[in-house]
Design a protein around this ligand. Structure first.
Ligand SMILES: *[C@@H]1O[C@H](CO)[C@@H](O)[C@H](O)[C@H]1NC(C)=O
Ligand SMILES: *[C@@H]1O[C@H](CO)[C@@H](O)[C@H](O)[C@H]1NC(C)=O
Length: 371
């Protein structure tokens, strides 16, 4: 009795569904307004194509329409690039990236570059914020170089940063391959220890690394490139020059958890041994094999580190062991043209917005970032 009633119920539903479908198809002959009766199994586009006398260019392809809109509120440092680079360089195409503020009310997410925010907040997007819209806090610097602009504490739903605990964490990941990589060919080396350095401003936290460098250079020759040496390095020289050095000083400007930048990725990508100064070794080992770099803390003094490097300079076999990790792991070159500095962050925000729809309440970014 119960079963047959339910079956009867089912028959009615199917019949109604079919009736509705047929009605709608008939209705569709006269009107294109069949949106409320589109089933997932019927691609919208096929309905549009069947409709006659339609100028197709007035209907943008639905796939493109459905992509969430990510509005870049300001260009970081005014370093502009072509949004289509996200597709060309990273194969990221999951959102509609725009800098057109006219789309603000439709934007699924707004990307706001921390350093561009005015102290009085007058250049933030207007209120009221559309209820579905997520704001992304976009910041690439370490806490030492983060102005704590008041009033931003509870505005942002998502964070975009180098931090592993950020909602959108942007790093330079090493990749693992199952089949062994082809035998690594060591680039030709004509320099022992190099350092590319431009920022020497102690207020940005560079004191620690300068102090270490001053001590180190008493015991080993450090070849300096970049504006500290009097001339800026051209982006096309960056990788070849780095590759010609046996060791490279991957010294971060300030010391913070996870703050391990392209200064590590560059030497790993080209086949140079990074000598790192930054967070503790364990933190580095979360991103790169422990035998792929030398940590300054591996030695009780700069002098002993220098002695180790000088010893390796004379012992090719021992030096080569610093490349054993490459058998199954590889590092990829990062972008080095000046206007590309923020492109990977922006593209990855786009990728994230294309995938993630979860609700997230704004939280105190400073409480998270400075702790
Ligand atoms: C379709 O629209 C485009 C752009 O508005 C126009 O140039 C073209 O003449 C139109 N074609 C027809 C068949 O109406
Ligand atoms: C974003 O955060 C604000 C402030 O907490 C909140 O009102 C809003 O609902 C959140 N939006 C989304 C889409 O998560």
């Amino acid at each position: 009795m119960f079963a047959s009633a339910r079956m009867h119920h089912g028959v009615v539903i199917v019949t109604c569904w079919l009736a509705g479908f047929v009605t709608c198809l008939l209705f569709f002959q006269y009107s294109k307004n069949c949106e409320s009766f589109t089933f997932a199994s019927i691609p919208e586009q096929s309905l549009i194509i069947e409709s006659s006398n339609d100028n197709k260019s007035t209907h943008p392809p639905p796939a493109q329409q459905e992509k969430p809109i990510l509005l870049l509120w300001v260009w970081p440092e005014n370093y502009r690039f072509d949004f289509s680079d996200c597709k060309t360089i990273y194969n990221i195409d999951g959102c509609h990236l725009t800098d057109d503020r006219n789309l603000y009310n439709q934007a699924d997410a707004v990307l706001i570059f921390h350093k561009a925010i005015k102290w009085d907040l007058s250049n933030l997007p207007p209120s009221p914020r559309p209820p579905f819209q997520r704001w992304i806090w976009f910041h690439v610097e370490s806490p030492t170089n983060t102005p704590k602009i008041p009033g931003l504490e509870n505005l942002f739903n998502l964070t975009l940063s180098y931090r592993r605990s950020a909602d959108i964490s942007v790093r330079y990941p090493l990749t693992v391959s199952k089949t062994p990589n082809k035998e690594f060919e060591l680039p030709k080396k004509d320099k022992l220890l190099c350092w590319f350095v431009s920022n020497n401003n102690p207020s940005t936290g560079t004191g620690t690394r300068m102090k270490y460098y001053e001590e180190l250079k008493k015991h080993i020759n450090v070849k300096i490139f970049g504006s500290l040496s009097g001339s800026r390095m051209k982006s096309e020289d960056y990788f070849p020059t780095m590759a010609s050095c046996k060791f490279y000083l991957s010294f971060e400007n300030s010391i913070h958890k996870d703050y391990i930048t392209e200064k590590l990725n560059g030497p790993l990508a080209v086949g140079t041994v990074p000598v790192v100064l930054g967070p503790p070794r364990e933190n580095y080992e979360q991103f790169a094999p422990g035998d792929s770099f030398i940590h300054v803390n591996d030695f009780p003094s700069a002098e002993l580190l220098a002695q180790h490097l000088l010893r390796l300079d004379k012992d090719d076999e021992a030096y080569r062991h610093y490349f054993d990790w490459r058998k199954h792991v590889s590092a990829n070159r990062h972008l080095t043209i000046w206007n590309q500095e923020f492109i990977t962050y922006i593209c990855h925000a786009c990728e994230y917005i294309g995938i993630h729809k979860e609700y997230k309440q704004a939280h105190d970014i400073y409480n998270w970032f400075f702790s």
